[in-house]
Write a protein that binds this ligand. Sequence first.
Ligand code: AR6
Length: 171
Amino acid sequence: MKNIAIILGDITQVEADAIVNAANTTLLGGGGVDGAIHRAAGPELLAECRTLNGCRTGAAKITKGYRLPARYVIHTPGPIWQGGANHERELLQSSYLNSLKLADAHGCRTVAFPSISTGVYHFPLETAAPIALQTIREFLSTSKSVAQVTLVCFDPVTKHAYDRSLADLDE
Ligand code: AR6
């Protein structure tokens, strides 16, 4: 049975086959969840990221998880919100979809996402949550390996937005 879960927590502690990193296009680390993932994974993660030559917004690249409980880290730079007329919605959808495709291609059963772009990239949470959940729901209907996707929310406001959005989707 395939499933979407929404939890409050720290994604660096989550035991999933893959966790997704809300990265930037350099893939060389940063603040927020990116900084937390690099700190928890150890310097080997940055060393592998240096070999990847960055990543375009909305695309995704995969590395090992090193000291994390997750086997893989999938790095995707989400869009920076610039008002909504710069393909931000499509790019956010691409970040989720390309991350899921990569996880499926690597045989992952469980995947955990943070709330991509809704931190320092300022994508409005109320717009981001339905894009994330619809993209995940649709992908799960045809995925081969991926069966469980967890949205890991770092604060209650974010969790509430995803909970409401999932309830809307189920109506
Ligand atoms: N576990 C889960 N979620 C977290 C964690 C954590 N340990 N830490 C923060 N969050 P952000 P963005 C939440 O800013 O908006 C970096 O510098 C956070 O509360 O991390 O995509 C990159 O290098 C928020 O809800 O990512 C980029 O330059 C969500 O994760 C840039 O930030 C995303 O916030 C990417 O910005």
